[in-house]
Ligand binder design. Structure first.
Ligand code: ZN
Length: 455
């Protein structure tokens, strides 16, 4: 048993001051936004260095050519500059103005091209003339530029000097982990991708929520070990799983965090298991959060839940976002910027994650020690003792539900779902009833308590 104070599982959202969280979450995005990230290279390292100022990361460098299941760690990509200039040297397209201008992973090039030769190397969005699209070419050697329609129009006649000062060489793939040990070695995985360049919602929002979550959970007592992964999408998750197959077996619950900063309604995508404890905790949280929400079934399409939920692992890892990827108009364009993400939306997302964590931490099974008819609650001062929390009627209902369903078979989450009451209230009531010796905890009783040792 550790000497830390018990985690306030009934008030996990209480760990957070929403206004301060909103400022912190957004400010971190502002700092990370300019960095040109990719699936490998110095952009990822710079991002991890920034995170490391707040969390003690262990950073791994995996060599190019390392076999990871059916994949191979690719060559490392770095870029210093890129432009398309007219023959007077005036830059029409400039990487220094937006790192989205270069197709991510472009091989180096220096050439003088005619307009028609150049046009086939350009990507733009015809019906959104002011936006730069985000394109990658990780696994096919090529080069190209992403431009606005207006820039494309300036490149229709004449000749141009094209430069991509990049390198694509044997090197490393970089990822980082941060582990907060718990009372058990059973793990709660929190995974976010760190491979997109200057895009805020798709990439940085997940990172910033994960960092704040780790900071908030650090000082409290934890039942589970929290394992944070900051990894390049797809190849990073595959690499981590290939190198940590044994450790992955400890993962009992997990969330992939992405697209958490736009003002849209929260969305939970279920794990492949569909109704694991994490799925139920997330769905219950969204249902009682007091605003619209979306729950989606698992699909083998999306972020790194694709890898965690591949059949050889089948981990209970769901995905939390606000508007899902591909469904907001700014997705994978230069409009996914600092004006799309909002501090208040980020803070709301962090609050939802804390609520989900609170359920996973606080879930358990109890036995009613006075099961023949209702115990006399008034005589024990229980009505009055719950009154101080404001919602006396809700507390009374919760007490009756907890007493009724605590037959050793129903978890507190079962009860919260059936009663349609906030889990935090059900949890608090159970603690009070336990103090009054009306309930006894049944060890190992929660749905996925695992076998990692006592609490
Ligand atoms: Zn993306």
């Amino acid at each position: 048993m550790s000497d830390l104070a018990p985690v306030r599982v009934d008030a996990s959202r209480g760990l957070m001051d929403p206004a301060a969280a909103a400022r912190e979450l957004y400010a971190r995005i502002v700092e990370l936004y300019p960095i040109c990230r990719s699936i490998t290279g110095d952009g990822v390292r710079a991002t991890l260095e920034r995170i490391n100022r707040e969390l003690n990361l262990s950073v791994a460098e995996i060599a190019t050519g390392t076999r990871v299941f059916d994949w191979v760690v690719p060559q490392e990509w770095n870029i210093r500059d890129a432009y398309i200039a007219d023959l007077s040297g005036r830059r029409i397209v400039d990487f220094k103005e937006s790192n989205l201008h270069v197709v991510n992973y472009s091989e180096p090039v220096r050439a003088r091209l005619t307009a028609s030769e150049l046009q086939s190397r350009l990507f733009s969005i015809p019906d959104r003339p002011d936006l730069i699209p985000y394109k990658t070419s990780y696994y096919g050697r090529t080069w190209g530029f992403c431009v606005t329609e207006r820039q494309r129009a300036q490149l229709r006649d004449g000749e141009f000097d094209v430069c991509i000062d990049s390198s694509l060489e044997d090197g490393h793939l970089t990822f980082a982990e941060h582990v907060l040990p718990g009372d058990t070695t059973d793990e709660f995985l929190v995974s976010s991708h760190v491979c997109h360049p200057s895009l805020c919602n798709d990439n940085l929002s997940g990172i910033t929520v994960a960092v704040s979550l780790a900071r908030l959970l650090a000082p409290v007592r934890r039942r589970y070990t929290y394992h944070f992964l900051f990894i390049p999408g797809t190849i990073g998750a595959i690499t981590w799983l290939a190198l940590n197959e044994g450790r992955a077996a400890n993962i009992r619950h997990g969330l992939v965090l992405s697209c958490l900063g736009d003002p849209g309604a929260p969305t939970y995508k279920r794990s492949r298991q569909s109704n694991a404890e994490i799925d139920r905790a997330a769905v219950h949280t969204l249902a009682l959060a007091g605003h619209p929400n979306r729950v989606r079934e698992f699909s083998p399409y999306g972020y790194d839940e694709r890898q965690y939920c591949s059949p050889g692992f089948d981990l209970a890892v769901g995905s939390l976002s606000r508007t899902p990827h591909g469904e907001f108009p700014e997705y994978h364009t230069s409009a996914d910027n600092l004006s799309l993400v909002q501090g208040s939306a980020l803070a709301d997302s962090l609050g939802l994650v804390l609520d989900i964590v609170g359920i996973i931490e606080g879930n358990g099974t109890y036995l009613n020690l006075n099961p023949r008819c209702e115990p006399q609650l008034g005589r024990r001062g229980l009505y009055a003792s719950m009154g101080g929390h404001g919602d006396t009627r809700g507390a009374e209902q919760a007490m009756l539900w907890v007493l009724n369903l605590s037959d050793g078979h129903h978890t507190l989450l079962d009860i919260a779902e059936r009663a349609r009451l906030p889990f935090s209230l059900v949890r608090r009531v159970a603690s009070t009833l336990e103090e009054h010796e009306l309930l006894r905890s049944v060890p190992g009783g929660s749905a996925h308590a695992g076998g990692g040792g006592g609490r």
